[in-house]
Design a protein around this ligand. Structure first.
Ligand SMILES: [Zn+2]
Length: 92
């Protein structure tokens, strides 16, 4: 079992191996994964997103290159990984 920012990801890890999610806006395949360093990731069409903020019932995910390239792609999910928003447009 993994603890990431106070959340357990045991369940999500198991789901990540089995379930592919569809992004609601661009219909690309969305996968949930755990990185080698134990961080939760969302992978959309080859782009990796990391969790950068939680607010209430929402989790905000940003592109891995947000800090280095200023990429604005974002995903919003609920804590059960239901996707609320998927803005998968990258500048790289
Ligand atoms: Zn990006």
């Amino acid at each position: 079992m993994l603890l990431v920012s106070g959340y357990t990801f045991y369940k999500y890890r198991a789901r990540a191996l089995k379930i592919h999610w569809k992004c609601s806006t661009n219909h690309k395949n969305v996968k949930f994964a755990i990185s080698e360093k134990g961080r939760a990731l969302i992978i959309v069409a080859g782009y990796r997103f990391f969790k950068y903020r939680t607010s209430g019932s929402k989790i905000y995910w940003g592109c891995l290159t947000h800090n280095t390239h200023g990429c604005r792609a974002v995903i919003h999910t609920l804590h059960d990984m239901t996707i609320l928003k998927c803005h998968n447009e990258h500048n790289h």
